[in-house]
Design a protein around this ligand. Structure first.
Ligand SMILES: *Cc1c(COP(=O)(O)O)cnc(C)c1O
Length: 390
């Protein structure tokens, strides 16, 4: 046991989010706020003689600032933004070719599972799934494995995967390790520092945090891979709009503040739920009874606003509870300023086959919360009255 402390938070995180790559001197009017550049094309001095940009798919000033900020926050060298999280994932598939194999964590985001098994398979890219333990990745490697894909903590059961150990395995076997860092953001977890080759994000969630932009991002420090990703971003055309980039740049200014509050409130609510007689079990990686609590402290600086819990009862109890909530909104997605609640078995995870759901313990009484930024007292009161309604 290593005491009660998580990794230290990065001291200059908020300063970087606010100032990195945003010097007013780079703009002709010295704008303090990064300008929204909507032009699709740029005037050239002579044929093929242009200042910096030629066409907005291959490069856009607003997007470029955002890409630099996200790369810096992840302690990476190169950032790339995409039309959605799945657009980022799709683009990374371009690193592979027919005959290659992806070894993917079993409890992966449903859309990633669908992309790999239903789309990548059409192009001859095979996917198989590994249990969350690092040993399982080593055991399930194949001769043609080119990519390992993990997500930690997982969704909705918040299991934690040992990034460093999986990184050791991938390095030893010359396999690219991709880590989906959507649930924690670089404020709490830095996969590149733990040995990952590529970090991928659904910016739609915490990074934007205001539930009004769909976007994805990739960060990579390896020069060769980065060059290839840059090529794919332009060749596949999976880019976001400059307006959305502008919105996300604005959102990142408060990422540190938001994550701090999400974290504090979710832990408070987790402890409240643990003590409630109508709750069977709470899953929150910041609770000392979480099965991978020691690992969580070793590889993260804390946990976000995500938590799941089993209520005592059946599907009807779950439905009654969810329909009784007044401040928590019954909806999919996560990571916004507003609190959300959902029933994974019939909502976000309904496409997961029943036997796999059973194995992952995604049952009819498992509720997932995305704890938002409202006053925590009012959130607790809302949960209290909805539990009383069952
Ligand atoms: C939402 C999500 C995605 C997909 O991102 P979109 O922006 O919706 O395309 C991928 N991974 C995780 C962990 C997610 O939560």
């Amino acid at each position: 046991m290593s005491g009660d402390s998580f990794l230290p938070l990065q001291e200059e995180f908020a300063t970087l989010a606010i100032h990195e790559a945003q010097e007013p001197e780079q703009w002709s009017c010295m704008e303090v706020v990064t300008p929204l550049s909507t032009s699709t094309t740029f005037k050239q001095n002579g044929p093929a003689d242009f200042k910096k940009y030629e066409y907005s798919r291959s490069g856009n000033p607003t997007r470029e600032v955002l890409e630099k900020v996200i790369a810096k926050l992840e302690d990476g060298k190169h950032g790339f933004c995409f039309s959605s999280g799945l657009g980022a994932n799709t683009t990374l598939l371009g690193l592979l070719k027919s005959g290659d194999h992806i070894l993917c964590i079993n409890d992966v985001y449903g859309g990633t599972n669908r992309l790999f098994t239903k789309v990548a398979s059409r192009f001859g890219i095979e996917t198989s799934f590994s249990e969350i333990e690092a040993d399982s990745f080593e055991k399930n490697l194949r001769k043609n494995t080119k990519m390992i894909w993990i997500e930690t903590p997982t969704n909705p059961t918040l299991q934690v995967c040992d990034i460093q150990r999986v990184a050791d395995i991938s390095k030893k076997n010359n396999v690219i390790l991709v880590v989906d860092n959507t649930f924690l953001t670089p404020y709490f977890q830095k996969p590149l520092m733990l040995g990952a080759d590529i970090v991928v994000h659904s910016i739609t969630k915490y990074m934007n945090g205001h539930s009004d932009v769909v976007m994805g991002a990739v960060v990579c420090s390896n020069e060769e891979l980065s060059k290839e990703i840059k090529f794919l971003q332009n060749a596949m055309g999976t880019v976001p709009s400059p307006f959305d980039c502008y919105q996300v740049l604005r959102s990142l200014k408060t990422l540190a503040l938001r994550m701090k509050q999400h974290s504090e409130s979710s832990l408070h609510i987790a402890k409240y739920l643990e003590s409630h007689p109508k709750v069977e079990k709470v899953i929150h990686p910041g609770l000392s009874n979480h099965p991978q609590y020691e690992l969580t402290k070793r590889q993260t600086s804390g946990h976000s606003g995500m938590l799941s819990f089993y209520i005592k009862g059946d599907i009807d109890s779950s439905k009654k509870f969810l329909q009784s909530l007044k401040i928590f909104t019954l909806a999919e997605s996560l990571g916004g300023y507003e609190s959300l609640a959902e029933l994974p078995a019939v909502m976000t995870h309904s496409s997961v086959p029943a036997d796999q759901r059973e194995r992952l313990r995604i049952t009819d009484n498992l509720i997932r919360l995305s704890v938002g930024l409202e006053d925590v007292g009012s959130l607790v009161a809302d949960l209290e009255q909805a539990l009383a309604a069952i």
